[in-house]
Design a protein. Structure first.
Length: 191
């Protein structure tokens, strides 16, 4: 299965919203999938970047910039998130992030429910029951270490600000902010 076109090939309106009739899902084994209780699909750069800086040592920039008004948010959207290490100013990677209503992703939800069942629920079954929106962060297995760090940093930020459990590409388990931080620290290695 091929990945959908990256954001630079997509068309966006003057608010930065994706102009498309349908946004294809990323295969669960090619993305981190987060399950948010909030039904809105807003890429909130200021809020996300604040959490990224404060808790995870990175900065985030969203391309294209998104603007929201009283009209709410698009049903489905995507963006490229540029991740930079706060301590060094080194650019880590640009990572594709998509969002759709969870009702459009029954297969991804089923994979998460299987993982929760394998874990004995662990409270994740309740969180999945409250989920309304799917966020996916592209995770190429062959990516550089910096790209893997960038992807997991985004997962950590979104798990934090969206209160969303995450299903990794390898499946089998769900994790929250603590698990995302542990994965991020393991990828970064000793300091």
């Amino acid at each position: 299965m091929t990945s959908p076109a990256p954001p630079e090939a997509a068309a966006f309106d003057d608010r930065g919203w994706l102009v498309a009739l349908a946004l294809p899902l990323m295969p669960p084994d090619a993305a981190y999938s987060l399950f948010s209780p909030n039904a809105e699909g807003r890429f909130e750069e200021a809020r996300w970047d604040h959490a990224a800086r404060r808790f995870f040592g990175v900065t985030l920039t969203i391309t294209p910039p998104k603007r929201y008004d009283d009209a709410g948010s698009p049903s489905a959207d995507e963006a490229k998130l540029s991740v930079t290490a706060l301590a060094t100013g080194a650019a880590l990677a640009n990572v594709r992030v998509t969002t759709v209503p969870l009702s459009r992703a029954p297969g991804v939800l089923a994979a998460a429910e299987r993982a929760a069942a394998q874990m004995g629920g662990a409270g994740f079954d309740v969180l999945l029951g409250r989920a309304r929106r799917l966020w996916q962060i592209e995770a190429a297995a062959q990516a550089s270490r910096e790209a893997r760090v960038a992807a997991v940093a985004i997962v950590a930020v979104l798990a934090n600000v969206l209160l969303a459990p995450a299903l990794p590409p390898e499946g089998g388990v769900l994790f929250g902010v603590k698990g995302a931080r542990e994965r991020l620290d393991a990828l970064r290695g000793p300091r």
